[in-house]
Design a protein around this ligand. Structure first.
Ligand code: NIG
Ligand code: FE
Length: 411
């Protein structure tokens, strides 16, 4: 199947020399081609260029994009998309003055989600997640990382990971799974959480590995949750079973999460609302992608991660949705793109790189996704008629995506 997208007003996010990620000043580079075409063959990008250079040939399908732009789909490298219940009552508690940590302490938060997850069947969870994923795709996301972590018992965690496996098998979106057994401390382990850590290490990780259910291993390493020591033990165990670390760090406090993540070669350390100079220093020259979750900081009114400072220090930065029922109930990467510019002072060019190529890196797929490059998966979207690419982050809250193609096929 040979397909042509023609008369593209602006083809954005092109890479003539593909890179696995962009850091520091490179994040300002966003290649574009005006009045462009894009050729797709067997689900992959075959060629692109200016319309005037398109040679006469026949295609199985042609799409006229006059007035519209084409972008690589977003990669959302941090989500908790499989969950059983929304948590809008806690949202109201927060408005009335309770903090996220206070809600968690009294058994709400992640434990509230865990209770509902335990009561739901695998089929029910799958059906809810499948619908959410449909909506995510239509907003322009073509790759997504999904975590477990609302189980907190071996059986429930396995149930969540099996749901993610079914999504992988049945969805055109590229999906990576992350085992987050160490997401919350179940009430019965309060005061002796090392026993829960033992359960994660001795029972959960081997069972998860046995079924080949996880690409990554995650820990919520933060004040009031798992310690640096707990995190080190869990990451070591995960690595032994072939899972790559990718962790939650520095949301509530300067917790040592960044350092422990870097020490164990994490592909990304995520959240980073609480960063000092030592954390920025520690990330320099590493393979670890600092990943900011603007939706969570917005929803919880947290301090903003110093994105500008990190990029100016030469670091790469990725931005993902953190889509989850407790701290970021939004599925919309277009909104994250806007927040990157409005709240974190990234330029539109930096914001596109942060939500496509760098998030692709943060989920280990930037060799096949995250930009328009020959040989990469043909995952892209065609916008509604828009005046410029800067309009994408500017017109926040509006859906600018008209048509989405994944693996070269329109969804
Ligand atoms: O990334 N920080 C930890 N985990 C999630 C929140 C999960 C929840 O409250 O349900 C997050 O924000
Ligand atoms: Fe998260």
């Amino acid at each position: 199947m040979l397909a042509l997208i023609k008369n593209i007003k602006n083809l954005v996010g092109v890479e003539s020399t593909p890179q696995l990620r962009k850091q520091g000043k490179e994040m300002s580079v966003l290649e574009t081609i005006k009045d462009a075409y894009l050729v797709i063959e067997d689900g992959k990008i075959k060629a692109f260029g200016e319309m005037k250079t398109l040679a006469e040939q026949s295609f199985d399908r042609e799409v006229d994009a006059t007035g519209r732009m084409v972008f690589p789909t977003f990669c959302d490298s941090h989500t908790h998309l499989v969950y059983a219940n929304s948590r809008e009552l806690e949202f109201v508690d927060k408005i009335r003055g309770l903090s996220y940590e206070e809600i968690a302490k009294r058994g709400g938060g992640i434990l509230n989600s865990a209770k509902a997850t335990a009561a739901a069947t695998e089929d029910e969870l799958y059906e809810m997640a499948r619908r959410r994923l449909e909506d995510v795709m239509r907003l322009g996301t073509g790759a997504i990382e999904i975590k477990s972590g609302y189980g907190l018992t071996t059986e429930s965690e396995l149930k969540l990971l099996r749901v993610i496996r079914r999504l992988k098998e049945n969805s055109p979106v590229t999906i990576k799974s992350n085992f987050l057994g160490a997401h919350g401390i179940p009430l019965e382990y309060r005061g002796h959480q090392e026993d829960y850590v033992d359960l994660v290490i001795n029972e959960m990780i081997p069972r998860v590995a046995d079924e080949g259910l996880a690409d990554f291993i995650d820990v919520f390493c933060d004040q009031g949750f798992f310690t640096v020591e707990d995190t080190a033990r869990i990451l070591e165990a995960g690595i032994r079973y072939g899972m790559k670390p990718k962790i939650h760090a520095n949301e509530m406090a300067v917790s040592g999460g960044v350092q422990v993540g870097v020490k164990y070669g994490a592909i990304s350390v995520d959240h980073l609302e609480q960063m000092g100079d030592a954390e920025i220093e520690c990330l320099k020259g590493t393979e670890t992608m600092p990943t900011i979750l603007p939706g969570c900081a917005f929803f919880l009114n947290l301090p903003l991660s110093p994105a500008r400072q990190m990029i100016d220090a030469g670091l790469p930065v990725a931005m993902a949705s953190d889509y989850n029922p407790g701290t970021s109930p939004s599925n919309n990467m277009q909104l994250i793109l806007s927040m990157a510019c409005i709240r974190y002072r990234l330029t539109p060019e930096e914001a596109f790189n942060a939500t496509t190529l760098n998030t692709a890196y943060a989920m280990g797929v930037s060799d096949i996704l995250g930009s328009i490059a020959v040989g990469k998966k043909a995952n892209f979207y065609i916008t509604k008629p828009i005046p410029s690419y800067e309009y994408m982050p500017y017109a926040y809250g509006e859906n600018k995506v008209e048509r989405v193609f994944l693996n070269g096929v329109e969804i």
